[in-house]
Write a protein that binds this ligand. Structure first.
Ligand SMILES: [Zn+2]
Length: 326
């Protein structure tokens, strides 16, 4: 038996620190990524109906905090910067936005401004409709809008990745067809393994793979199974995507929430954003960053080659970043 070798590049494409500018209570937990061997982490800086100002205040705070700790962290915005951070043993951090809320006024210039500040992917609609398209909790999906087509062109121009997590099925398929770039699912699981509104059909997964994109498997127990945050459940979802579209289109997007109370408050106070879904009423369980090495071991035990494990652990995200980010 060959021993499992640790992957050189480990990339968690989506993590959730509290969205409170000035609050440094949780940010030191970025060390948990480093301790788990993670070399790149995407941090969310805003979602859904939050205001432009909220997005910018959180982004400014995260940037200041991370740049003040150059011995541990580095802001990364290109594939080359990621490789340099890995070589220097730093945790590379980039940012993401869940939704197109800041563009709702028709403000295309927001895309480049956020890109310049380190945001590297944005998703189309956080559960509910935006000016760009529909969310996965909308009862009717009106598809990608004409303004959405302009947004896709602007995202390609500046090098921002398009994501269809949280997005309605019709909107997602129309986005992937219209985008002249790889499209990702930053943190979404296959419905074929566990039927949840937030999970995606095999048709969407195939379309993402066909675009050259990557599906980031999500570590929230509600999306993996019956609040099942086991490593086995996570690997079952990875394996479904690999069997469907091959090992070049799967990655990790744990969606780990560091402040559980903040999440409970959002779920309680934003009933329009999380409508009529009783699954959110229970204590949510997560695959923690510490579990990432065990995921690699579990894939090895399933017979995955080291080459394929390296792709899933981060190589596939790096490939897409090299293709899209500028
Ligand atoms: Zn999300």
């Amino acid at each position: 038996m060959t021993l499992h070798q640790p992957s050189r590049l480990i990339w968690d494409n989506h993590g959730c620190m509290p969205l409170r500018a000035g609050d440094g209570d949780f940010l030191p937990q970025l060390e948990r990524y480093r301790a788990a061997g993670v070399s790149v982490a995407g941090l969310n800086i805003g979602f859904g109906p939050q205001s432009v100002e909220e997005h910018i205040r959180t982004l400014a705070w995260f940037r200041k905090w991370i740049k003040g700790r150059p011995d541990q962290y580095r802001l990364v915005g290109t594939a080359d910067e990621i490789e340099a951070a890995v070589a220097d043993g730093k945790l590379g951090v980039f940012f993401d936005i869940e939704g197109m809320g800041p563009l709702d006024g028709g403000d295309l210039g927001m895309v480049e401004m956020f890109y310049d500040l380190g945001v590297r992917w944005m998703l189309i609609a956080y559960n509910r409709e935006t000016a760009v398209g529909s969310g996965c909790y909308d009862t009717e999906d009106g598809g990608l809008t004409a303004f959405g087509c302009e947004v896709l062109a602007e995202m390609k121009r500046v090098g921002m990745l398009v994501c269809c997590s949280h997005t309605g099925e019709r909107t997602a398929l129309e986005t992937i067809a219209a985008a002249d770039n790889p499209v990702i699912l930053s943190h979404s699981n296959p419905k074929a393994v566990w039927d949840h509104t937030r999970n995606v059909s095999d048709a969407v997964i195939k379309a993402v793979a066909g675009s050259g994109g990557v599906v980031g498997v999500n570590g929230i127990g509600l999306f993996l199974g019956d609040n099942d945050n086991s490593t086995e459940a996570f690997v079952r979802h990875v394996d479904h995507v690999v069997q469907l579209v091959g090992p070049d289109h799967v990655g990790i997007g744990l969606d780990y929430v560091f402040d559980g109370q903040e999440l409970k408050d959002y779920l309680t106070n934003m009933r329009d954003t999380f409508p009529n879904d009783p699954t959110y009423d229970q204590e949510m369980l997560f695959v923690e960053p510490e579990r990432i090495p065990a995921i690699g071991v579990a894939l090895h035990d399933r017979g995955y080659s080291q080459t394929d494990i390296d792709k899933i652990m981060g190589g596939n995200w790096l490939r897409v970043a090299r293709q899209v980010w500028k």
